[in-house]
Structure formats: C-alpha cells, structure tokens
Design a protein around this ligand. Structure first.
Ligand code: P71
Length: 440
C-alpha cells in the first residue's frame, strides 16, 4: 500500500503514463493480461524438465505435437513473443504497396504490417466501433467491406486477411463460426489466405460455445480446432491464452511459407527449434495449451471478468458491452464527456485510477491509435477506452470488489478531472513511453 501523496508523486514522475510506473507502487495490477498469469503446479514442474540443448530440444517436439493436436497446424516456428511472430509473418507475406485487411487494428500487428510496406484496412463490422452496441459477435468481419477493398485494389494486392480472435481493441469481442465460415468461402474464391491472430482464440471458442447455435455441446478444444481448420496459419502471443510469462509462435500449413519463416527466425529470434525461448519455457507453454482448453478454466476466467463488469454496470459506470473475456473497458467518452479527445481523456483517467487507489490500467484510445502516417494527425478513434485487464488465475473476487469501489469513487468526482498534453512522443508505439503533463 502507498499513500495518495506517494502515488501522486509516482504518476507525475512517470509522465502520467502507467507504462512508466513501477510495479512496487501498484496495488492491483490490471495493466495487462499479458504474461501476468500464475503458472500452475504442472507448468512449474515442466520448468524442471527443460532440455536446454541449442538444437532439437525435446521441449520443442512436445510443443510442436501439442500445437498440431489442439490448433491443427502442420508447422511451428517458436518466437520470443507475439510481435516476434508478427514480424516474421509480415516480412514474409507483405510486399510494399500491399493492403492488409483486418478485424480492427492491434498496435504491434499494424506496425509490423506498416514496417513491411503494407497498409492496414479495417474491415470489422460497424458495431465493433460502437461501445454501446450489444451485438454478440462484434469481432465479425464485414465481408462487404472486405469485398470493397478487394474490388478496389485487386486480390493480388491483398496478401492475407488478418483475423483476430476475441478482438482486443474492440473490448475482447468474439467472431462467430458462421462469420468465419462465410469469410473462408469468400477467401477461397479470391485466393486470399486467412492468418489468425490466435492470442485469445481459446476465449473466442468459449464465447462461440456460449452464444452460437449448435455449439453448446462442443468442447473448447473442438471449437478451437474448427476455427483453425478454416485458417491457413497463425501468429500467437502465448502470454495470454496459454498461461505463460513469455513465449509465442508462428504456425502454418504451407511448406514454402514454413521454410521462409524457419529461415528468417534465425536472423531475429534464434534457431528454429527455440526462437528465443528456453526449453523450459516451451515445456510450460505445452502444458498451458492443455490447461487453457479446459472448460473449468474458461468458466472461472471469463466468469471473474464478468463479475467485475456486472458490478460496474450496476453502479452505472459506462463500459463497453457485451462484457469481453480478458478485460473491462471503460467508455471514456461517456465517463469524461467534457475532455476533448486531443487532450487524451483515457490517458488522464488511467492516471486518475492510479492516484485514487494504486490500480494500474491502460489507455486504449487516441494515444494508442497513434498518428495517421499520411496526414500526421492523431487518429482520434471512435473508441476512447481505459482497459482494466484481468490477469489469469491471480486475483480473487475480493480484489475485484476493491476495483469496483475505486472506479465508483473516481466516477463521483469525474467533473474535476482534466485532460493532458503530450510533452514527449516517441516514434514507434508511442503509448509505451510517451510523457504527459496536466493541462492547467
Ligand atoms: C496486451 C498486449 C501486450 C501489449 C502489446 C502492445 C501494447 C500494449 C500491450 C499483445 C498482443 C495482442 C494481440 C491481439 C498481438 C500481441 C502482441 N497484447 N496480438 O493486450 O493482444 O503480443 O505482446 O506477446 O508481443 O496487453 P506480444
């Protein structure tokens, strides 16, 4: 525990950016669900079975087998985390001048597409940009938006469609199997591969089981496999679904694509049988796949997020609906309607939560969206959100109650909260290291 004065000083020294605060000054850490899970006894036991040989580690073969079994992809290239895999895939598949459609941007994903010379095009359904819509599958691709792009630039300029499970920036929102089936038949017709961002796809599978006709009796594992069978490969940040503190991979079915990824990984990550990971990391991930695919885990995980979300809703706090799988997203346009978007209201609100009670959250609005490379202007996205991400298997419902009380306390004094001005802006992924000062 820290005092309010200590927290005020800490956030000032951190340039009002929660990414720059120290863990020890944090009381409940909802910055991210990435790499923050508690590993199980079996995962920790796996660490003792690390085969730390430079090449051909046993743990690599365990991981390869479990990915083939659960995800169904033929080939696996491990990477140190998700963006390592995104880097490889973008460099291999994208030619300068290409367009990469996707169901909403993710920060690192889009940057790697741009660094490879591509332009990201948002083809998610309109409902995803409306925080108040209660549409059950806000992660769906709007096939008519995709078709418009393909007609405009030609299928040859579209190297693949980037399809994310449980779309992070939309609030942790799933796509439906029906939508994926339709997307698959469209893409087959136009010869466009579907590359999945599988980071939170087990959680997407859970929502399909809960919400989509015909899936109530299917296991998460079966649904996951059905999803992957409609796609051509994936990038993965194992730090989410797969319950590990570090790790990721690229996987695919095509032999030539695999050959190129295997070759490129040795330049940036490490040999193709470890890709920047230790043998023990790969063993923990192997076990994480098995645990994440159980219904018991997903019920507890998604149930805890829902518990927090429903309590906030009962208190009248504006949040993105439906409640997603990995986080609660506060709709800052409704929380702080008096702060202009270029005064970074979500950034200011995240700082305010930290000051109130040491709860660390993340801005997901104008700062995260960055500048349009053409105009140099802030993108001013429709969604101006603060994300309260829940680490897996770490906190209790009592912690969630403290969070609810703190958010309510800040909401009561929302009229006093002012915006921020950015005083330092780095070139890449500015939200990580940008610094701010209060507007006086
Ligand atoms: C999250 C993260 C971690 C993060 C990344 C960038 C800005 C802020 C926080 C990472 C993801 C993700 C999806 C859908 C790829 C990555 C990159 N998310 N796709 O949500 O959510 O994976 O972090 O392992 O490199 O806090 P990586």
């Amino acid at each position: 525990m820290t005092t309010r004065e200590e927290r005020e000083q800490a956030i000032r020294e951190a340039g009002y950016n929660t990414f720059l605060t120290r863990s020890r000054d944090t009381y409940i850490d909802l910055l991210t669900d990435s790499g923050t899970a508690a590993m199980s006894d079996k995962q920790w036991a796996g660490l003792m079975l690390g085969d730390e040989a430079y090449s051909g580690s046993e743990n690599f073969f365990h991981l390869e087998a479990v990915i083939r079994e659960y995800y169904g992809y033929k080939h696996l290239v491990p990477t140190h985390q998700g963006r390592g895999a995104e880097h490889l895939m973008s460099q291999i598949l994208i030619e300068p001048g290409d367009y990469v459609p996707g169901n909403m941007y993710f920060t690192t994903t889009r940057l790697h597409q741009e660094l490879a010379g591509g332009t990201f095009v948002d083809v998610i359904v309109d409902e995803a940009h409306d925080p108040m819509s209660t549409f059950q599958f806000k992660g769906n691709v709007d096939i008519s938006k995709l078709d418009r792009l393909v007609q405009e630039v030609g299928a040859k300029r579209v190297p693949y469609i980037s399809l994310e499970g449980n779309v992070n920036m939309a609030g942790g929102q799933p796509f439906s199997m029906a939508n994926l089936r339709e997307l698959h038949s469209y893409c087959r017709k136009h010869d466009i591969p579907i590359m999945l961002d599988a980071t939170r796809t087990m959680e997407n599978a859970w929502f399909i089981r809960e919400r989509e006709d015909g899936y109530a009796d299917k296991s998460v594992r079966e649904i996951l496999r059905e999803i992957c069978d409609f796609t051509d490969g994936c990038t993965m940040s194992a730090k989410k679904d797969l319950l590990v503190n570090i790790g990721g991979f690229f996987a695919c079915n095509d032999d030539e694509l695999f050959r190129r990824a295997q070759n490129l990984v040795v330049v940036y990550e490490g040999l193709h049988t470890y890709g920047g990971l230790t043998g023990r990391d790969m063993e923990a991930m192997t076990q994480g796949v098995r645990e994440a695919a159980t219904e018991d885990h997903q019920v507890a995980r998604i149930g805890q997020v829902r518990y927090l979300g429903e309590n906030l809703q009962r208190a009248g706090i504006p949040i993105v609906t439906p409640i997603g799988s990995h986080a609660i997203f506060i709709d800052v346009r409704r929380f702080l309607p008096h702060v202009d978007q270029d005064e970074y209201p979500a950034q200011a609100l995240a700082a305010e939560f930290f000051i109130e009670s040491g709860i660390r959250t993340m801005e997901r609005g104008n700062v995260s969206a960055g500048r349009d490379p053409e105009t140099g202007k802030n993108r001013r996205p429709a969604l101006e959100l603060v994300r309260l991400a829940i680490p897996r298997r770490v906190y209790t419902q009592a912690h969630m109650d403290v969070v609810t009380e703190s958010v309510i306390d800040v909401y009561k004094r929302r009229d006093e909260i002012r915006g921020l001005k950015m005083v330092y802006e780095p070139e890449y992924l500015r939200f990580f290291q940008a610094r701010f000062e209060p507007i006086t």
